[in-house]
Design a protein around this ligand. Structure first.
Ligand SMILES: *Cc1c(COP(=O)(O)O)cnc(C)c1O
Length: 448
């Protein structure tokens, strides 16, 4: 029998946490962080009351969490969780389905299949591309790049599954000078060292200069472009890159920027995106589903199956189970959270979420600019880079802001300049939140 009382209590505690999220400190203070030590006990020898353990977890853990799911967290690129997706996540946790194959979970596989179809539709990608649900963009990169690597080598007569990589023809790997570190890591895992990667020059917003992509002749080539630079929000000119390297496998890092394509008002930033061969994106950032949620999308699904299928008969086996398209065998049905976001927001709601975040980022930039602070980037998406004077002064403001507790923004270095980065990625953020944060930044930055 299920322990209903315990599960109800967990539910009640979760709801209380979410209700208090809007007004609590965004980053936990030192006493909440120090209190975590109470959890650092020797391994219990005997079973104990789970109510006690849950109470301890809530009383010690909750106050020390970072309110990334709240409305005033603007660090990195994070995004909150829609209540609908938290609810779906609770239910699917209770289901405890293994989403690896239809014979283990018809429900999980069917719902993820719908989520995949809707994703391609809302993102404006080819209808027959293949989506697989991953833990994040990093693993989505790995999935897509393994498929890309094996496919481009197959075209020159090399079979990686049979003959491995040593002795294989070399592959040209081309990335933008502003590629995200997760892409470089994924390339490394897939077998490409830093010295084998050609880095293309970028402009002042971090966009690849397509004329800097040289001719690669007959060599197998993988070009990795990006939509949504983590600092500026800018996107590489995908259509021009496609033209500059017509024979290459074009992979796109669209961790958050791919969602620009879901908004008719922003779609021009990602022009030509549908002509790529693979795309990696997150659900846990801009789609606002709970962790962890990444999506690998590959135009030729067969290329993924060819590379990752668990079955030795991968060339002839007609069946199609999720396990043959992901790095995992057993896995939670994380695509159901994506289904819930798309089911409840719809095409219009997704576009509104993207547009609202972009409009709020603009408001940050305009208000901070009006106060005399320098905004370093063209605020075309949801990212804002601002300086408060010298590098030392900007560092000081970031540090003071982070310990103040009203909001949280991180620091970065943009083309040699120290800046504070504001990323608006949550459904929960309002105009009032932005104004309150700008006032806080102004109070902290003001020389006294
Ligand atoms: C966050 C991010 C990634 C990595 O995504 P994870 O889901 O954290 O693995 C890759 N590229 C860009 C541009 C990002 O913003």
């Amino acid at each position: 029998m299920a322990n209903s009382q315990l599960l109800r209590e967990a539910c009640a505690r979760s709801i209380r946490y979410l209700e208090e999220l809007r007004e609590r400190r965004v980053f936990p203070d030192a006493s909440a962080r120090d209190a975590l030590r109470a959890l650092d006990t020797p391994l219990p020898e005997r079973p104990s009351d789970p109510h006690e353990a849950l109470k301890l977890l809530d009383e010690m853990g909750s106050p020390a969490t970072v309110a990334t799911a709240g409305s005033r967290y603007f660090g990195y690129v994070v995004g909150g969780s829609l209540d609908a997706c938290v609810a779906a996540n609770w239910l699917t946790t209770a289901w405890d389905q293994n989403a690896s194959m239809v014979s283990l979970s018809p429900a999980a596989c069917a719902i993820e299949k719908v989520a995949a179809r809707w994703l391609l539709d809302v993102l404006g990608l080819p209808k027959d591309a293949h989506c697989s649900f991953q833990t994040g963009t990093t693993t989505a990169h790995m999935t897509a790049l393994v498929a890309a690597r094996n496919a481009v080598l197959r075209r020159v007569g090399w079979d990686v599954r049979a003959d491995g990589l040593s002795g294989a023809p070399s592959i040209h790997i081309v990335v933008g000078g502003e590629a995200h570190p997760s892409l470089m890591r994924a390339l490394g895992v897939v077998g490409f060292g830093a010295r084998q990667v050609t880095s293309v020059r970028v402009d002042d917003q971090g966009r690849m200069l397509p004329e800097a992509i040289s001719e690669f002749g007959e060599h197998p080539t993988i070009v990795c472009a990006q939509v949504g630079n983590v600092n500026t929000g800018a996107s590489d000119p995908i259509a021009a890159i496609r033209d500059a390297a017509p024979g290459a496998w074009l992979h796109v890092d669209g961790a958050f920027g791919l969602w620009a394509n879901a908004s008719p008002r922003r779609r021009h930033f990602t022009k030509g995106i549908e002509h790529a061969d693979s795309w990696a994106t997150d659900g846990h950032k801009w789609l606002n589903v709970p962790y962890d949620s990444g999506i690998a999308i590959v135009r030729e699904g067969a290329a993924v199956k060819h590379a990752l299928s668990m079955s030795a008969a991968y060339l002839t086996d007609e069946r199609s189970d999720p396990k043959d398209y992901t790095l995992e065998l057993s896995r939670r049905a994380r695509g159901i959270d994506v289904w819930m976001a798309l089911r409840t927001l719809g095409r219009q709601g997704i576009a509104d979420l993207v547009d609202r975040c972009c409009d709020l980022a603009k408001r940050f930039a305009e208000r901070l600019g009006a106060l005399g602070y320098s905004v370093l980037n063209d605020v075309v998406l949801n990212q804002v880079l601002v300086t408060f004077g010298s590098a030392e002064q900007t560092h000081r403001v970031i540090e003071a802001l982070q310990s103040d507790g009203v909001c949280w923004c991180g620091g970065t270095v943009w083309q040699g300049q120290v800046a504070m980065r504001i990323s608006v990625s949550s459904w929960a953020t309002t105009v009032a939140d932005v104004d309150r944060c700008v006032d806080t930044m102004a109070r902290i930055a003001r020389p006294d």
